[in-house]
Design a protein around this ligand. Sequence first.
Ligand code: ADP
Length: 709
Amino acid sequence: MKARYIGIIFVAAVMVPSVLLSVLSIRSAGREEAYIEKQLTTTLLAEVTHAASLVSSGVSGIAAELHASAPSASGQSYEAALLAWKRRNPLVGVPYLLSAGNRILWPPAESSSGEDERMFLQLNSDFLSGKAATPVFANIAVVHKEQVLAEARRLDESLRRQETTADVKSVPTEKTIVQELARPEAGAGAQSEAAAPTRSQAAAPAESQEPSAPEGSPALEPPSTPGTPSSLGAPAAPRAPSAGGTPSSPEESATRDASSVPESLESQRAIDTFEQNPAVQARVYKKAQAQGEQLNARVAQPTSKAFREAPAAASESQYITTSRLMSQIASQGEYGIIPRFIGEKLTFLFWSRQGDGRIIGCQIASAAFRLRIAGILPSTYSPVRILTVLDESGTPLATPPGAAPRDWRRPFVSQEIGESLPRWEAASYLTDPGSISAQARSASAVIWILVLILFVSVAGGGTMVLTSLYGEMRLAQKKASFVAGVSHELKTPLTSISLFIDLLRRSRRTDPRKRDRYLALMAAETERLGRLINNVLDFSSLEKGRKRYSKRRVDLARIASEVVEGQRVRLEGLGFTVLCEAAERVFVDADPEAMKQVLINLVSNGEKYSPEQKEIQVVVVREEAVVAAHVRDRGIGVAESDRERIFLEFVRVDDSLSARVPGTGLGLTIARRIARDHGGNLTCAGRDGGGSDFVLELPAASGDLEEQE
Ligand code: ADP
């Protein structure tokens, strides 16, 4: 019963938790691939975001450089200055000069000009002279910032509702960000702490230090030129909608004044909110489409799971196309770069307003421009990924030497660079696309192995603990029955002895024959008591290893016949036929008292377990180097399966007779121990015709052997 409880406790406290843990681990092993992909996406996205921001700043740098190197082309002597500028600066492709009234002063329309100049005029003269508008790109989040921010407010509201007041403090709301950043000393640090890490963050320092940062400024101004007169100056913020000469809306331009700080920050906030919320993206795209705005498709189709789960962001460009006239663009800054699509090809027009109202500029040389941008990128190749920039046609600007050909339009993650480089994207590709699943496989293999080890140790350890527990319990049970057996064995002879003493006392003139019989019975009972006490004492000294033998050469045949003769009268009195066969003198090196004890125990068992056919036979023989003493009876016998077990301490065969006969289960244990301590053994065999045959085997004394030979 108790054992069952232990089993239940073991299952409930050890097995069930281990199984649950294992199931959890195996389930997490199944999710390993998704987890690794998510980790990689996060890391690589942060990197392409940084790369996009570097490229965007690079474009600002190019604009600043061109602005600084642009010659002053006043009066009529501009031709030489422009041509010298072209020679000096490899970024200058075709220089041009507009009058204050937007008339093209250079290149001349005459046929004398070169092929490049003619082409330039053909493609750009309408736009430069103000007769035609050009499509410019604007961040959809800025164009629709009211809607985006309304969504943001809604999100904030629900956040505020969910969280405690203390928690809300740590979550930057739109208002707190604006307040933080409006503080003059609140630099980039404030913003980068307050807002989520998006690409816009990289450019935050420039933006937050430039109070007039307008959304719609067409100019590009590097953050490193604080002293330039271009106060209209667009911040170099790569994500700021000002980049690339793309005013987002006339209203915004019109309202640009002292209040433009929060305006700009609002735009930033709108961009961040838009980027972080696929639900907001879907709604804004839908609204833009409904209003007939021209949405653009992205050049790259990122394949990582995060993008697959937000299909709108993965396929739609974040930049929509609007139209602007040259004069509109030029009125909003001091200089800038206008990206222009000529068919499918992107060209870049640099412009810079001069003191006299003229505009000097150039078409940027494409090859030099691309080289500069490619040079800005951090190391293209790492063992994990390939990082590059895709142009408007999906062609990588730089690829690692020897990179395997692949579909460059399908990166793992990518990020649009911004208005300054419409349709261009910073993109990252996995060097080995199979690495995610390989990593996941090895991670789950480790988990499986750990689970297996856990199981084997829990099951193995548990089984060992249970086995030893059961063993202890069985021993405790046996000891309890031993104590009961000993008490019973002590009580029975004591009761008979006191009964005979009583009888002798009461009738003084008892028949002498009767008196002798009483005394003989009392002697037998005393002997039984002595035997029991001997066994118990011997057992404890054997247990403690303190039993000492005084070994000498003894004749086992003689010891056997002494034991039999000592018991004969009593046994025959009980109806036993007693036989002792010990023809030869057989010598062994043994403690005679210990040998006697073994034989008395065996004879006594023969007596106890022979209820009907009462016959005891002691035969001592010598077989080669072994002396064997057999103690046989015709009693109940020992079943074959019990013939080893009965030698274990406290073990008693559980049958009806053994249960009736008092015993301790120690006699045979002690007898075998003594036999083994003498280099021999004690075993039990069956007998034809019923009964048992206990065989005590001992090595014959060596001297005796020689004598024989
Ligand atoms: P005890 O006799 O005190 O129970 P033992 O160690 O002497 O302890 O014997 C162990 C068990 O072996 C006995 O309980 C009995 O069931 C069985 N046994 C021993 N001797 C005999 C025998 N001669 N015949 C049948 N069974 C025996």
